[in-house]
Design a protein around this ligand. Structure first.
Ligand SMILES: [Cu+2]
Length: 158
């Protein structure tokens, strides 16, 4: 009986947790080319769907480039807003925490404007679409559901 309950609990956990973990993706911007000049980042982003919870990773030689998150007009004019703090580590991980358009440019003189080093993406709210969340999780709320799972797991222990 305990074994059967264990299997049920693990099956439910697998259904609930696996999609949540596999959905989060780390995207290396520009793939093997990384964050650089003379690369078409809109072509790179075109066939990708970004969700809240995903991460962008900007890779580049330190001190050669940098990353600034900007708004639409700064993106259009390639202007680094002041004051603002750029990312400069050369391995900058940017979590996508909210849906909507996100704009990124390199702040080094000429790289954005003349050499195309800029990226705009549109981040989707992950739990809404297109992958439906398990129905029980949406009905009860995630925390309630996890509480029920915890109780089931405790029952299974005894
Ligand atoms: Cu640059």
């Amino acid at each position: 009986m305990a074994t059967f309950t264990h299997i049920v609990v693990f099956a439910i956990l697998a259904v609930v947790l696996l999609p949540a973990t596999t959905m989060a993706t780390d995207y290396v911007v520009g793939d093997d080319s990384g964050w650089t000049t003379n690369y078409d980042y809109q072509a790179w982003a075109k066939d990708k769907v970004f969700y809240v919870g995903d991460k962008l990773v900007f890779k580049y030689p330190q001190n050669v480039h940098n990353v600034y998150k900007v708004n639409a007009s700064s993106f259009a004019s390639c202007t680094v807003p002041t004051p603002s703090t750029g990312l400069t580590s050369g391995n900058d991980v940017v979590p996508l925490v909210a849906p909507g358009k996100k704009w990124y440019i390199c702040g080094v003189e000429g790289h954005c404007k003349d050499l195309g080093q800029r990226l705009v993406i549109d981040v989707q709210q992950g739990w809404m679409a297109p992958a439906p969340a398990p129905s029980s999780a949406t009905v009860f709320g995630y925390k309630t559901f996890m509480a029920i799972i915890s109780v089931l797991a405790m029952i299974a222990m005894f």
